[in-house]
Design a protein around this ligand. Structure first.
Ligand code: HEM
Length: 414
């Protein structure tokens, strides 16, 4: 049985115009979890669903080499980072990231987050209005740098947070938004390189358990230090995505606003509910649309012969909105996570499979913890009003964010 094939010369423009729903729309139309199309001038297989995810994370079948377009490396990821490594090299580098995520370090992160939120809300109280999204990104930037051991001067906060934000904002963009991301990456890499040089020369002495120390002194499988450029890319792979958590915080505030009964439940301070709420925010709202990999060794699956070198896209947004996996996927229901079995292949907003072996996001626990602290803060420590504004978010703009960036008014501390 052949898989559905789109009879088009190239579907890149349609992909841009359908955004997050591009793959899911076609999985529905063709009633198939796999189909073939053409994007950016090449044949591409798109797939989704739990079984497809398990296949996608099989290291024998797929490689990340050559799967990330240059424009994404130039803005979001940087070059030669862990995202595009394979095999033993990847496992070794990934071990470095995973070693930073101990229970002690995550608990320290939550303490830092509490402190930074306290500082921020004291300031918000003095202002009539604040825009949550850029404020949350600045708070995340402070938390990220303090936790990672990266010095951040008060007078550089705005620029650094702006640049880290611009790299994230560039990932689905062409034109000016992409170029802003590139400029932001170049400036951020220069900043971080200087800091790593200071560590290596002994001028700066970060604590041993920090990301700055760990990455500056990390040795590869040949016992060599990372070159300065790669070390900067990897340290930015800690700081930048921590700033990205500001997007989920903004969507969490939107959820409390749009589904006020959930805010009331959060205010009861029940840890289990808070966790379910955070999971539902990560499921319901759009962030990454899909992931790409190339066929490493040919294989057959789902009625299709996967030829070596073919680009395959895995539906990430669709996994969270697939009615085969979630009952009423378009309803915001934190309680659904009571029943969730914790499968590594059905809920993949930060990738799936195994953390140590595969490419699944090493910052997933950190993200959940940071969202728990931040959203509890918004629900329980302050009162505010939400003035009339355009809170719609697009499913075409990637990455998405509410149009008004969530304006809050008359913030008072409880
Ligand atoms: C990988 C999403 C937060 C560090 C990934 C992947 C996704 C993702 C989709 C790719 C998985 C794959 O290729 O299979 C997110 C989202 C975040 C987030 C939506 C929250 C807004 C974080 C944080 C950190 C982090 C807080 C670090 C502190 C990384 C790294 C990788 C990665 C280093 C590459 C892992 C590898 O290739 O083995 N993330 N992430 N992320 N993430 Fe995150």
């Amino acid at each position: 049985m052949a898989i559905p094939r789109e009879k088009v010369l190239d579907n890149s423009i349609t992909l841009m115009s359908e955004g997050y729903n591009y793959i899911l729309n076609r999985r529905r139309r063709y009633q198939s979890n796999i189909f073939q199309t053409r994007l950016l001038g090449q044949k591409v297989i798109c797939m989704g669903g739990e079984e497809a995810t398990e296949i996608f994370y099989d290291e024998d079948k797929f490689t990340r080499k050559g799967a990330v377009p240059n424009r994404i490396k130039e803005s979001l990821f940087g070059k030669n980072g862990v995202h595009v490594q394979d095999g033993a090299d990847h496992r070794h580098r990934k071990g470095m990231f995973m070693s930073l995520m101990t229970a002690e370090r995550l608990s320290e992160l939550m303490d830092i987050a509490e402190k930074q939120w306290e500082i921020a809300i004291a300031d918000w109280q003095q202002k009539r209005r604040i825009i949550l999204f850029p404020e949350a990104e600045k708070i995340m930037c402070r938390i990220a740098c303090e936790w990672a051991g990266v010095p951040l001067w008060a007078n550089e906060l705005d620029q650094r947070a702006h640049d880290l934000s611009a790299m994230i904002d560039a990932f689905g963009a062409v034109g000016p938004r992409h170029w802003q991301g590139r400029t932001a990456r170049n400036r951020s890499e220069r900043w971080i390189k200087t800091i790593i040089e200071q560590v290596r020369s002994g001028q700066l002495k970060p604590r041993e358990e920090t990301a700055l120390y760990t990455i500056a002194w990390h040795r590869d499988l040949k016992d060599r230090l990372l070159d300065l450029q790669t070390a900067a890319v990897e340290l930015l792979n800690i700081v930048r995505p921590t700033v990205a958590v500001g997007r989920f915080v903004t969507f969490g505030a939107l959820a409390m606003n749009d589904f006020p009964e959930t805010k009331k439940k959060l205010q009861k301070g029940d840890e289990t509910y808070t966790r379910m709420f955070v999971q539902e925010v990560r499921r319901y709202y759009p962030f990454g649309p899909f992931l790409g990999a190339k066929v490493r060794n040919q294989f057959k699956w789902g009625g299709h012969h996967f030829k070596k070198g073919t680009l395959v896209l895995l539906d990430v947004y669709g996994a969270s909105h697939d009615p085969a996996l979630w009952e009423k996927p378009d309803e915001f229901q934190p309680e659904r996570f009571k029943e969730w079995n914790g499968s590594p292949f059905d809920f993949i907003p930060q990738g799936g499979g195994d953390y140590d072996i595969g490419h699944r996001c090493p910052g997933e626990w950190l993200t959940i913890d940071l969202m728990k602290v931040s959203l509890s803060f918004l629900a329980n420590r302050i009162d505010y009003t939400v003035p009339k504004q355009n809170l719609n978010y697009s499913l075409v703009r990637v990455p998405s964010i509410p149009k008004s960036r969530f304006v809050m008014q008359d913030v008072t501390i409880r």
